[in-house]
Design a protein around this ligand. Structure first.
Ligand SMILES: *[C@@H]1O[C@H](CO)[C@@H](O)[C@H](O)[C@H]1NC(C)=O
Ligand SMILES: *[C@@H]1O[C@H](CO)[C@@H](O)[C@H](O)[C@H]1NC(C)=O
Length: 153
């Protein structure tokens, strides 16, 4: 019959074994939203330049194609041209598994920036990070707006 101490060691063994099982963080996580960050500048193409200022109060469209669904939200640029918004993704998706592509679009012309073209759109791809944080909508992944390109179509 096992002594109390060997039973205790056995229980410790079970507990330590449990620690090496995959943690929840390593399992696919259901992402319910995308936290989009970026800055829109008053420059010839909306991108950073050393002498350019952030462009405030511009309506930016964030659109994502996730799996076979499209999701869209609109955000106004804040102080210093900062874009910081949450795009809800319905039933959610699995990071690194579900195909996803997102773009940010600015319809021209905009007020208060004479450097930008007056027709067409600015469009930039979004880059998803691996940073997953908790939001009001559930788990959300952080994404950054990349380089804007002026499209005349
Ligand atoms: C941004 O533009 C969209 C589409 O025109 C419009 O529905 C939305 O109300 C606008 N958002 C703001 C905050 O002006
Ligand atoms: C989603 O958007 C893409 C690109 O704009 C379009 O080709 C596709 O038909 C859309 N899918 C749905 C389900 O609306």
């Amino acid at each position: 019959m096992a002594s109390p101490s060997s039973a205790a060691i056995f229980i410790l063994f079970l507990l330590s074994t449990a620690w090496v099982l995959p943690s929840e963080a390593q399992l696919p996580q259901l992402i319910k939203a995308i936290k989009v960050g970026g800055i829109l500048y008053c420059s010839p193409d909306g991108n950073y330049c050393p002498t350019c200022q952030g462009l405030v109060g511009v309506n930016v469209t964030i659109a994502c194609n996730i799996g076979s669904n499209n999701y869209t939200t609109y955000a106004l640029t804040g102080p210093d041209g900062v874009i910081d918004t949450l795009l809800g993704c319905g039933d959610g998706f699995f990071l690194g598994i579900t195909p996803i592509s997102c773009v940010a679009t600015v319809q021209l012309p905009v007020l208060n920036c004479a450097l930008l073209p007056t027709t067409g759109i600015l469009q930039a791809p979004l880059t998803l990070t691996v940073n997953v944080i908790v939001s009001l909508l559930g788990l959300c992944v952080e994404a950054f707006i990349g380089v804007f390109v002026h499209l005349t179509a």
